[in-house]
Structure formats: C-alpha cells, structure tokens
Write a protein that binds this ligand. Structure first.
Ligand SMILES: [Zn+2]
Ligand SMILES: [Zn+2]
Length: 398
C-alpha cells in the first residue's frame, strides 16, 4: 500500500481511491506474481491493467494516456487497492519459498537456466543491479566498491567465491537471493517483451506524427533487425526517457529508474544504461548506436540498444512527441537541403564547369538537378555549338 502511495503521489492515489469507490474495477486475476485486471475508464470502456509488486518496487502498466505520460495512473491504484482489500495475507511467502527450492545450484544448471529464460545477457550486467533488492541491513558499500565490476551471475555460477569475498553467511545468502530475484524479474521482462513484439508484428504500423520521418523509421527498423539478432526485447515498467541534442544531433535513451519500496536504499549507485544514437550517421549507413554497457564496441547490439530502438520507434507515432518529431524531421531532412541551397547561392556567380576543346563542335556541361526533390545530382549534358554562336541546351549523357 505504501509502495502504491509513494509511486502514485497523493493526487493520483486519491483519484484511484475514488475510482475504486465508484466500483470501476470490473475484474482481476492473480497469475504467478502478477495482478491483471480490467478497470473501467470514465466512458465505461475497460482498460487492461497490469500490476506487480516486485521486490524492486512496483511494475505496472495501463492502456490509458495518463499512464503513458506519467508511468502511473488511477486505474493502477484502483486495481492495487481492490487486490489489497481482498488478498489472503500468507500467499506471498509460500510462493517465494517454492521458487527458492527450485534455484539451480551448479554452474551448468545456472547456464541452462539463463539460456532457457533468454537472459544470457545477465552475464554482462553489473552486480550492482541487485542493490535495490537488498534489505536495508545489508552492507551495500562492499558490493559497490569491491564487487561492482563483476556480473550479476558471478554470485550464482561459482565464479565469485561468496564464502571468501562476502562476510557472514546471512549476507552471502541475501546477496545470492537478490541476484536470483533480479534474474527472475529480468526473465519476466523478456517474456513480456517477446509477447509484446509478437503483438506488434500482428498490428498495422501506427501512423507517424510527422510523415517526413518515414526514412528515419525505416532506418530504425533496419537497426532493430540488426540488434535483434543478438538481443531479446524486454518490456520495461515505466517509460524510457529520450533526450534530444541538436548540435551535434544526438538522441540519448535511458531506461526508467526503478521505483523502490524502502526508503534510503542506495539506488544512486545502480548504473543506468544510456544508449546514444547518431541519426545522421545511421541515415548515411554508418555506425551510429552506442551503449554504456559496451563502450568499446563500434555498434551496440545489447538488450539496452534494442529497448532504445523500440522506444524511438514508438515515439514516432506518439502524439505527445509530435513537437520533437517535427523538429527532428526539420533537422534531418529540411536543414541539410537549406544549407546546400545556401552554399549554391554563394557560388551561383561562378559558372558551372564545362569541358570544351577549343573550336570543337560540342562540349560537356554539368547541371545541378533534383534540388526540389532534395536529391541533388550533378548531371552531364552534351551541348552542340550553334551556327549563330553559343551552345545548344544539350541532351543528358547516360
Ligand atoms: Zn490507466
Ligand atoms: Zn547496453
């Protein structure tokens, strides 16, 4: 409840309470650790709402526009409150104990688990991702300073000798359990990401807010295909943020910061992955995608890059991004043409080159064409000497 209240803020939380009081939570069901339900909007249309109180805080989703702009909405609050009002109290520990017993113990079994759940990329995620999952009594400073360079899987597959590197059996088991919790959550994000991907493939492409961006969309789709060969999609809870820099033109995509239930957890230490995109480079067919997780790689192909591309593709059709999309279209497709025209005006006084042998009957002259179509080409024309003097308009040499 406190978690829901913190995530929603007082205003949305109150609206959620009203929503529940108006009996707008039509139905809900609990599957695994998720809560799914239908909550009626003010027009009586059911909204699909998903909610899960992970150990890392709250994961939630709703179809309404408030959710997409704020990452939370009253429908989520209403569903959560409806569930909290009816939940039998001993349900959760039982489910957790069951999953605990099934944890693979040998390096080989861990490997198989990662493969089966399509989360092998966890081998490259820093152990510090588990920090928000550790109880407040845990000595987190050690994880940050000494173990932060290790992957999260090091705790599980034996590559880190827990008994020698972490003091106290309680601390060891807390760290081990937190790493598994993170993997469980990541596996679920992947599961939902794959579902979402299939769903999206079935639906027609939504229209762009700015039709000029069609070439950019095609480039993003092409990049997505390239990265998809190496990485799995994940459905993140909450929205990624896109930062737009004009000079040099860059798009920076950061994954949402996870909400945490407890106060005072060192979330500041959790590395946020940032993906940088150079749209001009990508449009010109050069490498233009980088991620903090693999700074040395020329072209990112990690899970973060894939999520970033999905975020950018979605934003092309999002009404709330219309202004930014229009500016991007200007910078990508209008401004270069304008600069080119400016440069041409400067040299307009200078005649275009022509190649002519003295007294010859013809010459080759070049004309700049296709400016209106923003596809400028220098075209060669064969011109013949006229009897009256000067040269004919000429015919295009192919
Ligand atoms: Zn909603
Ligand atoms: Zn990455």
């Amino acid at each position: 409840m406190a978690l829901l209240q913190e995530a929603a803020g007082p205003r949305t939380f109150n609206r959620g309470r009203v929503c529940l009081a108006q009996r707008r939570v039509a139905s809900y069901e609990v599957t695994e650790n998720e809560l799914r339900g239908k909550v009626l909007n003010r027009h009586g249309k059911p909204q699909e709402v998903f909610l899960s109180t992970d150990v890392d805080g709250l994961s939630c989703e709703c179809e309404c526009t408030a959710f997409w702009s704020n990452g939370i909405c009253k429908h989520i609050v209403a569903l959560g409150l409806a569930f909290l009002g009816a939940r039998p109290p001993q349900e959760e520990p039982a489910a957790e104990a069951a999953s605990k017993a099934e944890r693979p113990r040998t390096p080989k079994a861990v490997e198989a688990w990662l493969e089966a759940h399509q989360v092998t990329h966890a081998r490259r995620e820093s152990l510090s991702v588990v920090l928000p999952l550790l109880p407040s009594g845990f000595r987190t400073s050690q994880v940050v300073s000494e173990l932060g360079h290790l992957p999260v899987t090091a705790v599980l597959d034996g590559s880190l000798d827990l008994s020698r590197r972490v003091q106290g059996t309680l601390q060891q088991s807390l760290l081990w359990e937190a790493a598994w919790k993170w993997l469980d959550m990541e596996a679920r994000r992947v599961r939902r990401g794959l579902e979402h991907e299939q769903e999206r493939a079935r639906l027609p492409r939504p229209p762009l807010t700015d039709a000029r961006l069609e070439p950019w969309r095609q480039v993003l789709e092409r990049e997505r295909e390239r990265v998809r060969a190496h990485a799995v999609p994940r459905l993140l809870s909450g929205r990624s943020t896109v930062t737009f820099h004009e000079r040099p033109l860059r798009l920076y995509v950061e994954e949402p910061r996870r909400l945490s239930g407890a106060v005072g957890k060192p979330e500041g230490f959790v590395p946020k992955m940032r993906v940088s995109v150079d749209p001009r480079a990508l449009l010109e067919g050069r490498a233009g995608l980088w991620c903090w997780c693999t700074p040395d790689e020329a072209e990112a192909h990690c899970v973060h890059a894939l999520s970033a591309l999905d975020t950018l593709l979605d934003s092309l059709s999002a009404p709330e991004e219309a202004a930014r999309n229009a500016r991007l279209a200007e910078l990508l497709f209008v401004e270069p043409g304008r600069q080119l025209l400016g440069a041409i005006e400067k040299v307009a006084a200078v005649p275009l080159p022509s190649f002519e042998a003295p007294d010859s009957a013809s010459r080759i002259a070049f004309r700049l064409e296709g400016l209106e179509q923003r596809d400028p080409r220098l075209q060669p024309y064969l011109q013949r000497r006229r009897k009256k003097g000067g040269f004919s308009t000429g015919s295009l040499v192919r």
